[in-house]
Each structure stands twice: as structure tokens, then as C-alpha cells.
Design a protein around this ligand. Structure first.
Ligand SMILES: C[S@@+](CC[C@H](N)C(=O)[O-])C[C@H]1O[C@@H](n2cnc3c(N)ncnc32)[C@H](O)[C@@H]1O
Length: 245
């Protein structure tokens, strides 16, 4: 019998937890890429208070949220114990939950903001997740999600990752996880159905960290032009909204 998607995702991230940060934290291009998407998310959540990060992984975004202001606190939830272990190494004093981010084990109105970076594509019940995000936010609370959008570059990825898994390639994200890459309309509808207002959906990032050095630099130079003028070519979607006061 085939394991559930959640079990496969969990065991994949347990397996690669030790090498995950090499991708976005140890290499210059990965850092530049990750800073760029983090800034887009940071710009759309509340500037202070208690943050919930869904699919927090090794805590890369928690680190960026917490380092800017003293009066910020955060909780991370992730399905992978291995990833949470690495996050705990980074920030031992935060609260962490190992669990499926689709069902949030928190009281209503407990968070000022919710973030989720590069994790939403794995969720199998995004509508229920969004409803639960709305529930656990305080009135006036803000949510911002960064997830791969559907476009010419990303549409072939699931097939490629499935083949990679069959060939037993051990790399972050390589596996058969029924990932979903969203259109702007799908994300907008999810937020609207859950009750969010001030909804904004926009594309972010063109300079992919896997590009070779000179190509990456060219992509970085044209990135903001692409995001503003040919957004379809940028491959992440940022979806943001506010719970009414
Ligand atoms: C590509 S990593 C992103 C990690 C982190 N957000 C970051 O930006 O570095 C995807 C993360 O989502 C987590 N994840 C996937 N499905 C999940 C689910 N249903 N509930 C909670 N976490 C999940 C994985 O375990 C993994 O840590």
C-alpha cells in the first residue's frame, strides 16, 4: 500500500533536514533568493506581535522575522520532526509544533500574523487550511503566503521530481508529493472564501538560485522589471490578506 502524501512529505523532509540549509542559507545565490521572497512576505504581515509560520522548516523565515524587532515572538509548525529539530537548534526558545499545518492546534484569535513560505504547494486541503488560518488570527491579523505559482517554468516540475524520486536522487523537494502550483485566481478565491479582505496577489522572483553565476546576475538585474511588467515569468506567488477588524 502506498503511503499517504503527508507521510511521504514528512519522511522526505526528515531525510534531507541536515542538508536543507545548504540550499538557502550557505550559498550566496540561495541567500539572495531567500531574502527576496522573505522581504515580500515581511512587507505584507503585521510588523509586531506573535507570528505563526506554517511549514516553518529549519526556521529560515522565523529568523528573518525575529531579527528585525525586539517585541516579536513566533511559533513554527511543520510536519517534519527533522526540520523542526533544525529550527530548534537555530532558536531554542521558540514554541514549535510537529504536525500537519492543515489543522492548526491553536485557540482562536491567537496570532497577529501568519506566514508560510515554499510549503503551501504540499497542502492537500488548502481551503480548510485557509479557514483555520482565518480562525487563529486576531481581528486585524494578516496572512502572507509565498508559494510556487503555475507558469511555463514550474508546470513541468512535478513530473521531473517524480522521475527524480524513481532514480533515488536525494535533493530537496524531489519526490512524488502531488504538489499543486497555484494560479493567481485560485489563491485569490481561497483567501476570499475564508473571509479575508484587502487581498493582494502578485508574482515574485525571477532569479533562480540554480542558475549559473553570470546568468543569475543577469536574471537578478531584470527581476523587478519582470515582476512588474511580465509577472507570468516570475515563479512564486505572494498571496496576502487581512482578517477584518
Ligand atoms: C521547501 S520547505 C520550506 C521550509 C521553510 N518554510 C522555508 O522557507 O525554508 C517545505 C516545508 O513544508 C513542510 N510541510 C509540507 N507539508 C506540510 C504540512 N502538511 N504541514 C506542515 N508542514 C508541511 C515540510 O516538512 C518542509 O519543512
Amino acid at each position: 500500500m502506498k503511503a499517504s502524501v503527508e507521510t511521504r512529505v514528512q519522511s522526505h523532509y526528515d531525510d534531507i533536514a541536515d542538508v536543507y540549509d545548504q540550499r538557502y542559507d550557505h550559498r550566496e545565490r540561495g541567500k539572495i533568493y531567500y531574502d527576496h521572497i522573505s522581504e515580500a512576505v515581511l512587507g505584507k504581515i503585521n510588523t509586531n506581535g506573535h507570528l505563526l509560520d506554517i511549514g516553518c522548516g529549519t526556521g529560515l523565515f522565523l529568523e528573518r522575522y525575529l531579527r528585525e524587532e525586539k517585541n516579536r515572538t513566533a511559533t513554527g509548525i511543520d510536519i517534519s520532526f527533522g526540520m523542526i529539530r533544525k529550527a530548534r537548534d537555530r532558536y531554542p526558545d521558540l514554541s514549535y509544533v510537529v504536525g500537519n499545518g492543515e489543522f492548526l492546534p491553536f485557540e482562536s484569535s491567537s496570532f497577529d500574523s501568519i506566514s508560510s513560505l515554499l510549503a503551501f504547494s504540499y497542502l492537500q486541503n488548502p481551503d480548510l487550511t485557509m479557514q483555520d488560518c482565518f480562525r487563529v488570527l486576531v481581528p486585524g491579523g494578516r496572512l502572507a503566503v509565498c508559494t510556487l505559482g503555475r507558469n511555463i517554468f514550474t508546470s513541468g516540475l512535478p513530473a521531473l521530481y517524480t522521475i527524480g524520486a524513481k532514480m533515488k536522487i536525494r535533493r530537496v523537494g524531489v519526490g512524488s508529493f502531488a504538489e499543486h502550483y497555484y494560479s493567481a485566481k485560485e489563491m485569490y478565491d481561497l483567501l476570499q472564501m475564508a473571509g479575508f479582505e484587502d487581498i493582494e496577489i502578485f508574482r515574485c522572483s525571477f532569479a533562480h538560485f540554480n542558475l549559473a553565476g553570470p546568468l543569475f546576475m543577469i536574471a537578478k538585474k531584470v527581476e523587478s522589471f519582470i515582476e512588474d511588467n511580465i509577472p507570468y515569468l516570475a515563479y512564486n506567488l505572494i498571496a496576502a490578506g487581512k482578517k477584518p477588524e
